[in-house]
Design a protein around this ligand. Structure first.
Ligand code: BG6
Length: 491
């Protein structure tokens, strides 16, 4: 059993959780810069501070934000993205550690507001462009292929405070201009791109900037539609700028099983997977809205506002490959009442009694990864990248600087075994594995440091205290063997 030659072994990060330097080098403020820290195990949610109707209010970060509210940064409060784990000042050291770990791919994101501080400035911020240029050059010199997410949860705040986020068409124009700018500037340094991270999670205000995003279905659906148009326009422009570019979508692969074999539960499961995942894949891989979504919009009375030529844009702007995160799975039932609910990536779902879970309640389901890979491959026949996977866990830094994270090694090994099976037994065209938070960074869901995914430990606590020194975990040495043996040595 072996992975194909040239398989990409790497790791994944995102600027809003890793980079820090939130106003350095001319950077502007993005939505994630106004989200406070939280504590997942003690159920303290991340918060937003808003001015609304002349009053200051605190809201849970994943709740609705009323139209007209303005989110802001308040003095004296700790905002994790501001320093994050300081890639801004440690990038060279970190990239060398990645090279030592055997990476031939490194997933990172460009911070939109480092290039266009307000999102829609006339000209780009050269300091920001140069910052990433140095990073990409360093990667290339070490044999690491950058995999670059153009937008990972960092919508410029202006679009949320002065408008309605992605529900406004002008955000599409700004995103297209930003994408073209980075495509042109890095056309000889970057080949692999992802347009919008977890585009299926864009319903959350702090990602999409769409106010009243659940109760106002018109704005909510319009916002999603605009992310598709933005992504498709980027694909079209990117292919013109460099025909060798490979541009992919990125979906949070939330796999579901029927809660029971009752046909009603099976149908509920189909509905759920369409709602959460396939709708987003279908549009970006096939180039049009699927029939089940058109029917749903009709039922809801939502009429999407389209510009002439949009249908052609969606068709032409289909992606070159499918990328996704995979952490856990859920179950789906026709009747939800009374059933146990479990936590997960940006959403909750029904629990599965056959699976164990992490300390944060996310189920652990390696076979589910093989199932999802097969479903994606059967549906689209496009190359697939797993661009996030991993176990969020507490680590202990020993006196001698070691970290014994056998739980993380076991988690990754079990998932890699299923990837092998998907390639060897099912013929899935899997081309990359970049586990999440290869170096410790801030959790997106809970805003804490304690939930660590990395194979490199960063000395920092939930309140931002620590030396920021880097330490190699046991998983560092293990993953190095995996990468260097192209997935053969998993011991
Ligand atoms: C995905 C995101 O949602 O999952 C990452 O793309 C995120 O940004 C990751 O960090 C893990 O989630 P969490 O909430 O454990 O950080």
């Amino acid at each position: 059993m072996s992975f194909p030659k040239g398989f990409f072994w790497g790791g994944a990060t995102a600027a809003n959780q890793y980079e820090g330097g939130y106003i350095d080098g001319g950077k502007g403020i993005a939505l994630n810069d106004v989200v406070t820290g939280g504590d997942g195990l003690n159920r303290i949610p991340r918060k937003l501070i808003i001015d609304y109707n002349g009053q200051e209010q605190e809201l849970e970060a994943f709740s609705e934000v009323p139209k007209g509210a303005k989110v802001k940064i308040k003095e004296g409060i700790y905002y994790p993205s501001h320093k994050a784990t300081d890639f801004y000042h440690h990038w060279k050291e970190d990239i060398h550690l990645f090279a030592e770990m055997g990476f031939n791919m490194f997933r990172m994101s460009i911070n939109w507001t480092r290039i266009f501080p307000n999102g829609d400035d006339e000209t780009p911020n050269m300091e920001g462009l140069k910052f990433y240029e140095e990073i990409f050059k360093e990667c290339k010199s070490l044999g690491i292929e950058p995999l670059v997410t153009i937008c990972h949860f960092d919508l410029p705040i202006k679009f949320a405070n002065e408008g309605n986020g992605w529900a406004d068409r002008k955000v599409v124009d700004a995103y297209e201009k930003y994408a073209i700018t980075v495509f042109e500037y890095y056309k000889d340094l970057v080949t692999y791109w992802l347009t919008i991270n977890e585009i299926n999670m864009n319903k959350v205000f702090m990602i999409s900037g769409v106010h009243d995003n659940q109760s106002d279905q018109q704005a909510y659906e319009q916002g999603i539609y605009h992310t598709f148009i933005g992504s498709a326009k980027a694909v079209i422009a990117g292919h013109k700028i460099n025909p060798n570019f490979k541009i992919g979508l990125m979906i949070a692969q939330q796999g579901f099983y029927p809660y029971t074999c009752n046909p009603e539960d099976v149908m509920a499961c189909i509905d759920k997977e369409r709602e959460v995942c396939w709708f987003y894949g279908d549009v970006q891989c096939r180039g049009y809205y699927p029939s089940y979504k058109i029917k749903e919009l009709e039922r809801k009375g939502v009429v999407l506002e389209k510009l002439p030529g949009d249908d052609e844009i969606l068709k032409e702007g289909v992606v070159d490959f499918y990328s996704h995160s995979y952490y856990h799975s859920f179950t789906a039932a026709a009747v939800i009442d009374g059933k146990k609910v479990t936590d997960g990536n940006q959403m909750t779902g029904l629990d599965n009694p056959y699976l164990k879970a992490s300390d944060w309640g996310w189920t652990i389901d390696p076979v589910g990864l093989r199932i999802q890979l097969n479903k994606i491959w059967d549906r689209y026949q496009l190359p697939i990248m797993i661009v996030e996977n991993g176990l969020g866990a507490k680590d202990v830094l020993e006196e001698d600087g070691s970290i014994h994270d056998d739980y993380r090694i076991n988690f990754m090994r079990d998932h890699i075994v299923q990837m092998k099976k998907a390639i060897e037994l099912d013929g899935v065209d899997l081309i990359a594995y970049t586990p999440w938070g290869c170096i410790d960074l801030v959790s997106a869901g809970t805003g804490e440091m304690e939930k660590r995914y990395g194979m490199i430990y960063v000395d920092m606590d939930n309140d931002g205290n620590g030396t920021l020194n880097r330490y190699k975990k046991d998983s560092f040495y293990w993953y190095k063997k995996v990468a260097e043996s192209n997935g053969e040595d998993l011991d």
